[in-house]
Design a protein around this ligand. Structure first.
Ligand code: DX5
Ligand code: ZN
Length: 217
């Protein structure tokens, strides 16, 4: 299975974000991962829809927007209009996961469900027909640069659920992905890998080499 790399711009230089997005795009990124944090659902504050909109002209790659905000519902339209292609939400961010996913689909976007390390995969069971991407968090959300939690059985469990649908649903891993942990999650069935620290380390001259290494090439 070919693996896609979604660099998290959380680890980019925020003072030159457009340039950083162009650089990872040119270096072989498949998606651009945008971590949205509200200082409430997670203990950090990052990017809003205006920043997503400003970045949109800098890449044609799908914008993979990871919402770590609660509530998420009031902001889905803003992130869709800003140019997100995939909008991923956490089930804990609102009372009606099914309705939130319906809203994302009605906005014409791909819908993702993100599972915190403690969140069971059963939350997927009755919404799978609305899901285009399942994100398995391998750190607790909030910060880049944390150590990988080896939730390999969970990744395999999600892979089985995806395969049972017969649909083309992305299985994305987020947190502590580097060339070593990449191998473990690829073998467990992941096909999209988010990588912040491992992509951006060493500066722009290293991005292509870093992305290749994470991809396992
Ligand atoms: C964590 C974010 C991740 C994070 C990954 O809350 O969702 O996308 O930026 O960073 P690394 O790859 O450094 O673990
Ligand atoms: Zn993320």
């Amino acid at each position: 299975m070919s693996v896609k790399i979604s660099p998290s711009i959380l680890s980019a230089d925020f003072a030159k974000l457009g340039e950083e997005v162009r650089a990872v795009d040119a270096a072989g990124a498949d998606y651009i991962h945008i971590d949205v944090m509200d200082g409430h659902f997670v203990p950090n504050i990052t990017i809003g829809p205006d920043v997503v909109k400003a970045l949109r002209p800098h890449s044609d790659k799908p914008f993979d927007t990871h919402l770590m905000i609660a509530p998420a519902d009031p902001y889905l339209e803003a992130f869709a209009n800003a140019g997100s292609d995939i909008i991923t939400i956490h089930p804990e961010s609102g009372p009606h996961l099914h309705r939130s996913l319906q809203t994302i689909k009605a906005l014409g976007k791909k819908a993702g469900v993100s599972l915190n390390p403690h969140t069971g995969t059963d939350v997927l069971d009755h919404v799978m027909d609305l899901v285009d991407l399942v994100l398995v968090m391998t750190v607790n959300p909030g910060f880049g640069g944390q150590s990988f939690l080896p939730l390999i059985d969970k990744v395999k469990e999600v892979r089985r659920k995806i395969d049972a649908t017969g649909r083309d649903i992305d299985l994305e891993i987020d947190g502590g992905v580097n060339p070593e942990t990449s191998k473990l999650v690829r073998e467990a069935g992941a096909n999209v890998l988010v990588a912040g620290t491992a992509t951006f380390k060493g500066g722009p001259d290293k991005y292509a080499e870093n992305i290749k290494a994470i991809r396992g090439e």
